[in-house]
Design a protein around this ligand. Sequence first.
Ligand code: NAI
Length: 345
Amino acid sequence: MVTKVGKGVEALRVVVTGAAGQIGYSLLYSVAKGDVFGANQPIELLLLDIQPMLSVLEGVVMELQDCALPLLREVVATADPMVGFKDVDVAILVGAMPRKEGMERKDLLAANVRIFMTQGQAIDKVAKENGQGQISVVVVGNPANTNALVTRKYDPSIPPQNFTCLTRLDQNRAQAQISSRLGVSHDKVRNCIIWGNHSSTQFPDVRHAIVNIDGKDIPVPEAVKDDSWLKNEFIKTVQQRGGAVIKARKLSSAMSAAKAICDHMRDWWFGTKGNDWVSMGVPSDGNPYGIPDGLVYSFPVRVKPDHSYEIVSGLPIDDFSREKMDATAKELQEERDMAFAACEA
Ligand code: NAI
């Protein structure tokens, strides 16, 4: 399908993997409509899935076509990574091997290593080196942090900081819990942090978060006035929210995951506001919080309009936080070691 629009403006080539899946279905419309890269940015979408899903993907392509979106110039559906990653500026890696009944964690990691190794190699060979500094990658498919690390390992020509993973859904969940507790709209709560892994060991931290009540910025702990709730129920609710959605829906989060991907990519593309920060899984190398190097770990980051970002430094870390930040780092080290052992097998 080829539709020529936005003549004169170069289209951004965006690949979405796992595009025939449920997150893909919620995500593609927003990306193609201009919600992520702006209302004047034409888009070429590349949809990558596995061969048996190509007929489903065909239906998705038809629907995208039927949306008659003015910014959508071209849609390519393929099962070949060398086609899917050809000259792309942005890669949203959603497709992954799901955990099947009776599957051991190390088998799940090994299956995903194969997928993300292949995709890292394809990106290395065929993705675009654009004027703004090469492809930007966000990994969503679980285990997202470790999959991002594997993709980066097989893609040596691209700077490590171009590989991120999604923890924005966890951040949004934390923000929603606080705003509902305080009875304020979601946009009044800012600077919630997710530290570490996108798993149940993640540390949702609102000690540095701010809520705006009646025009005044107040630290969230001061507004909540319930340290025990913040240290226990709040953290558990955010950590286990994915499981709670599965229990209720019999399917994992898709609409909220797609929205979080859009938030992540938009902030990475256009920059964060003022002094605010957002959480992203990013390379831990040289971080200011004593987390071991060589991981993809979720930190608070500030992003500049040129897409470069830095980890927010100088936040005081108390003993309670230290323990939680180290526990999630330890899980990531174990995942990395298992995944890299599978790479060499
Ligand atoms: P889904 O099962 O509906 O779709 C996954 C799609 O990926 C399927 O169409 C499948 O054929 C495809 N796929 C599998 N292997 C592939 C490969 N090698 N290349 C291209 N496509 C491939 O799953 P859903 O709900 O869309 O979730 C996708 C992933 O996102 C899962 O791993 C899930 O755990 C993860 N997830 C991560 C979140 C985060 O915050 N990081 C939040 C929610 C989900």
